[in-house]
Ligand binder design. Structure first.
Ligand code: AMP
Ligand code: GLY
Length: 413
């Protein structure tokens, strides 16, 4: 199978790594310093990607990030007779419009926090005054992970409103949402619109520093199978969130195909949706794919053909840990251009997925972005040993990924 992977992060490296291991011929557009078969095309240039796929007789295209899906990659590829994995633009609205999604959740009685939708700073201020702090402000549109502000004190309101409305178009509509408490859980599923196969649940660490302090990031690491993701909880998520969402999307005329990613807050009143993503999570993808026993290419092809057999999605036992190594200055202003040492000395049991890397003129791998590598393995200590050994100037990473699980090892699973 010839497969085109669209994107340039560690998520896309993990997808390409997996497909290559399955014997597929893989191209990645545009890719990074670790991905095979790089093609210098922009991930949002859907027309050029389709030309490439036609010319190279690509059998299947998998879009990693939300941008190309929101830009209609699956629709445009379909018009040209090309198979592509992911939701159509209309179905991807579950990620690209938080206001539409909030209404959708209400229409279908799917649990989520209460929210007011407003379209001016003055109206946002009035809503915040009504609800009180803590409260959460969210840009309606895609904001590259920068569109959510958790307001914990009234002194933060002015600054956060300024940043939020400073986002421009993405924040022309804003949600003022009830603050929810509880552990967070990411539940992802492959779905062809009707059938679904859930993936191992994962916990993602969004804050930059240990103890969930510091600014929000794209994700600093995580692990699969948090102990609080019990079978009963996952059954509840299946019945109250995933299946009603797919049924709602079908009944409203835009069946959802691809990866449905539910970001959940496990509150005292049960799991509530804080967001949907229309794609694999990053870093969740890097944690989850090493546990997949079945063929990823075959699963994605079945999804794209609306013929997924959930029985074809089999998982290995066990848990994975992943730690993101980020560049100095991330997330505000990451430095780049620093050589990375140690990539060729990784132990067998650990893999380093590339994100912000590139190969320079003399063949060295150097940093080229905020999140540089995701180090993944099934032993937490081995992952951290590798994270320590890999080196580049300004490397920063969290030390506390998966600490709570390590304390419980052997107890729950
Ligand atoms: P999102 O980009 O929607 O995943 O939001 C980023 C982070 O903001 C989440 O991972 C949560 O930690 C936090 N968050 C989002 N919505 C809420 C909420 N309603 N209550 C509390 N925290 C939230
Ligand atoms: N891990 C969060 C995301 O992919 O959006």
């Amino acid at each position: 199978m010839k497969i085109l992977v669209v994107g340039s992060g560690a998520r896309e490296h993990a997808i390409a790594w997996r497909l290559t291991a399955e014997g597929a011929i893989v191209s990645v557009a545009p890719g990074n310093g670790g991905t095979p078969g790089n093609v210098p095309l922009h991930a949002l240039d859907v027309a050029a990607l389709a030309e490439f796929a036609l010319r190279e007789r690509i059998d299947l295209t998998i879009a990693g990030p939300e941008g190309p899906l929101a830009a209609g990659l699956v629709d445009r590829f379909g018009e040209r007779g090309l198979k592509a994995f992911g939701p159509t633009r209309d179905a991807a609205r579950l990620e690209w419009s938080k206001a539409w999604t909030k209404d959708f959740l209400r229409r279908h009685s799917i649990p989520t926090g209460a929210a007011e939708v407003v379209d001016s700073e003055a109206a946002a201020r009035r809503a915040i005054a009504r609800v009180g702090v803590p409260v959460v402000l969210k840009a309606d549109g895609l904001a590259g992970g920068k569109g959510v502000f958790v307001v914990t004190s009234t002194t933060e309101v002015d600054g956060m409103l300024a940043q939020l409305f400073g986002l421009g178009e993405a924040a022309s509509t804003v949600l003022v949402e009830e603050y929810l408490e509880g552990p967070e859980l990411s539940v992802l599923a492959f779905t062809d619109g009707l059938n679904l196969a859930a993936m191992p649940p994962a916990r993602d660490y969004k804050r930059l520093h240990d103890g969930d302090r510091g600014p929000n990031t794209g994700g600093m690491g995580g692990y699969t199978w948090p102990t609080y993701a019990t079978a009963a909880l996952l059954e509840e998520v299946d019945q109250r969130v995933l299946r009603p969402t797919l049924a709602g999307m079908r009944s409203e005329g835009h069946p959802y195909r691809g990866v449905l990613y539910a970001g959940l807050m496990l509150t005292r009143d049960g799991p509530k949706v804080i967001e949907f993503n229309c794609r694999f999570g990053d870093p969740e993808c890097q944690l989850i794919l090493p546990l997949l026993r079945s063929g990823l290419g075959d699963i994605c092809a079945s999804v794209a053909e609306a013929a997924l057999d959930p029985g074809q999605v089999q998982w290995r036992e066990g848990r994975t840990f992943g730690v993101v190594l980020a560049a100095r200055g991330y997330p505000e202003a990451p430095e780049s251009g620093d050589p990375i040492a140690g990539l060729d000395q990784l132990p067998e049991a650990v893999v380093a997925f590339h994100a912000g890397t590139r190969v320079d003129e003399v063949g060295n791998v150097v940093t080229a972005g905020g999140r540089v590598l995701t180090v993944v393995g099934s032993e937490r200590d081995a992952v951290y040993a590798a994270a320590d050994r890999l080196s580049f100037d300004g490397k920063q990473f969290r030390r506390d990924i998966g600490t709570e699980v390590q304390a419980l090892v052997g107890a729950a699973r």
